[in-house]
Design a protein. Sequence first.
Length: 112
Amino acid sequence: MLAEKKSEDKNINYSKIASSASFKQLLQEKKKFLLPMCIFFFVFYFTLPIMTSYSTILNTSAFGDISWAWVFAFSQFIMTWVLCSLYSKRAVAFDKQADEIIRQSLKEADRK
């Protein structure tokens, strides 16, 4: 099975794939998904140190002796898990698209 995979890899023209419309569309879809997620992640992540350093708004009590800073810090763990779950699900679709692009390239190579 590994030998088959290696022989298939030799037949793949990666330069042609990289210049194909379907590959460019895949990259565009990934950027459309990843860029907003990364921006959200960095803004959300850096809000805590900025807010705790330059304001006192998160020092107020959320409930009992727990301040909003602790609530916000804990929410970052939840946010990280949610983003990872979303990306993992979306990555499966991206992988299927990439596999299909490679399959098409192999079919075209076999025709020649």
